[in-house]
Ligand binder design. Structure first.
Ligand code: HEC
Length: 95
């Protein structure tokens, strides 16, 4: 393949995927009290349960209040328990 085409494909593939942050030390207790393990669980739950009906939305795309409201509506759709929903919430807001 020509280098130009390869470069184009790389850019296109990056542009089409949501860039989710991977929780690290700097995200602990940032907004909501959450350990690294809890943030990682939230990250896994989010990736595995929230991208089935629509694309995963970037954590930075909504305010904390908007995420709270969205989760009230979406957690039942995704069949998450309250505890699981709260883990996802903490992942989404501790960005
Ligand atoms: C069973 C399918 C389904 C699952 C699973 C699902 N969603 Fe949704 N989601 C929808 C539909 C349908 C809409 C658009 C209509 C609406 O807003 O109710 C939507 C809309 C949204 C919106 C846009 C509304 C807004 O307030 O901006 C957000 C954000 C969202 N979903 C987040 C999530 C999250 C987070 C999860 C995981 C907990 C999730 N969704 C799981 C079906 C789903």
């Amino acid at each position: 393949m020509k280098p130009v085409l390869i470069a184009f494909l790389l850019i296109a593939s990056v542009a089409c995927t949501t860039q989710l942050y991977v929780p690290g030390e700097s995200n602990i207790d940032k907004v909501e009290k959450a350990s690294l393990a809890e943030l990682q669980q939230g990250f896994d739950l989010y990736q595995n349960n929230c991208g089935k009906c629509h694309k995963l939305k970037n954590p930075g795309s909504r305010s904390n209040v908007e995420w709270k409201r969205a989760l009230e509506k979406m957690a039942p759709k995704a069949k998450l328990t309250n505890d699981q929903s709260y883990l996802v919430y903490r992942y989404l807001v501790n960005r």
